[in-house]
Structures are given as C-alpha cells and as structure tokens.
Design a protein around this ligand. Structure first.
Ligand SMILES: O=P(O)(O)OC[C@H]1O[C@H](OP(=O)(O)OP(=O)(O)O)[C@H](O)[C@@H]1O
Ligand SMILES: O=c1cc[nH]c(=O)[nH]1
Ligand SMILES: [Mg+2]
Length: 216
C-alpha cells in the first residue's frame, strides 16, 4: 500500500497546463496522453527487473535488464480516462484491457456529501487472477465514489495480486476512503486541498470529461 506523487517537473508542468482554464480541448487531451505516459514510467519503477545478457551487432556481450511486469490488465473508466490510457499503453503495450463506463449521478447528489451514486452501464473486464496486476485509470479521484464502484466491479470478476490506481488529481479524503477499503498502490500528479459542495476538486482542473470531449 503506497501513495506516490509523481513530482517530475515535466509531469508537473503538464498538470499546470491542464489546470489552466484557457487550455482548449485538443491541448487538454494531448496533455492527458503525455501525463499518462509519464505516470506509466513512474509505475514501471515498482516492478522487478531481471539481469540479462545480449549480443550486440559488434559480436560483443552486453549486460542489461529486463522489466518483469508479468500479467497486466489496464482498466479505463470512461469517459475521461481514455487519453491517459493511450499514454500508459506506450509504457505497457502488452497489457490486456478492460473498460468500465461510469457516471456520477450529479442530479441525485446531496450538496456537501462525499458520496455519489454511480451509474455503470458497461463493464467488460478480461480474466483476472492472483498473478494479475490491475491498473485502474481515471484522471480525477474526487470523492472516490467512482473508484470504489469500479473496484467492486473488478473484484466481482477476480482477485488480482496487485491493484494500482493512476490518477492525475486526487483529494486526501478520497485517498483515505479508498485505502480504508483495500491496500492499493496509488499514483497521482497532485493531491489537492479541497473538494467543494458539488463534489469538484479545488483548485482541480474542472470537469475532466467535459474538457477532453465537450460538455455532456
Ligand atoms: O471520485 P468521484 O467523486 O467519483 O469523481 C470522479 C469521477 O468524476 C468524473 O467522471 P464523470 O461522472 O464526470 O463522467 P465523465 O468522465 O464521463 O465526465 C471523473 O472522470 C471520475 O470518473
Ligand atoms: O473535480 C472533478 C471532480 C470529479 N470529476 C471531475 O471531472 N472533476
Ligand atoms: Mg464528467
């Protein structure tokens, strides 16, 4: 169970661009792709490496390493996770993929509550076993309601050996809420100080799905 803030200056500068209200849809999506890739590099550090030896075109032997990622399933939470997953796949191209469509029911949310009802219309997850590392991707971890619902849906289909959450911005409340349910590893570019009465992260970056794909 770890919480890692990805503080690489490039990740932080992309996050700043994402937060900026002047950033348009195309640059916003591109930024999420780049952030997903950078966060993937940080996640890759947590896997073991084995020592290998190869022969170069010069006929010489070179000692090196191979990253042992094993069986990986990346789960994208629609809509907003799609660009981040595109970047993450550059780091873990061998991953199998799952999809969960989730929407916070904002119409039934009580102002100030840390709980949202989550509408899930589509859950398609490949086989998961003890040997599997599941990475759940969603740029925003606000109240944690969506993530907890996704984790329940995944667990109904199998118990992975390791679960990693990859989020651009989270709140302390959501991180604590998730960790109280399961000892997962969480990677974030930032933990923001506040969540407002409507369940939006402050300062945050607004509605990630709307900014990436248009207001819905
Ligand atoms: O931690 P929570 O309080 O559950 O909030 C986080 C969720 O809210 C957003 O999804 P939204 O319901 O807006 O759907 P969208 O991605 O289609 O915009 C975001 O993409 C997360 O999935
Ligand atoms: O600030 C927030 C909270 C939930 N979902 C978002 O897209 N943004
Ligand atoms: Mg949204």
């Amino acid at each position: 169970m770890t919480v890692t803030i990805v503080d690489h200056p490039l990740a932080q500068s992309i996050l700043t661009m994402l937060r900026d209200r002047r950033t348009g849809q195309i640059e916003f999506r591109k930024g999420l792709v780049r952030l997903g890739r950078l966060m993937g590099y940080e996640v890759a550090r947590s896997f073991p490496v084995s020592e290998v030896e190869v022969e170069t075109p010069l006929g010489a032997r070179a000692r090196g390493v191979r990253l042992e990622v094993g069986d990986v399933v990346i789960i994208q939470i629609l809509r907003a996770a799609m660009p981040m997953v595109e970047g993450l796949l550059k780091v873990f191209p061998m991953a199998r993929m799952g999809v969960i469509s989730a929407r916070r029911r904002e119409e039934s949310h009580e102002r100030g509550s840390m709980d949202f009802q989550i509408e899930m219309n589509y859950v398609r997850i490949p086989r998961i076993g003890r040997e599997t590392t599941v990475m759940i991707v969603d740029p925003m971890l606000a109240t944690g309601s969506t993530m907890l619902a996704a984790m329940r849906a995944i667990e109904e289909r199998g118990e992975p050996g390791r679960m990693i959450l990859i989020n651009a911005i989270g709140t302390r409340q959501a991180v604590e809420r998730v960790l109280a349910k399961k000892p997962v590893d969480i990677y974030l570019a930032a933990i923001d100080p506040e969540i407002n009465e409507d369940g939006y992260i402050v300062p945050g970056l607004g509605d990630a799905g709307d900014r990436a794909y248009g207001e819905a």
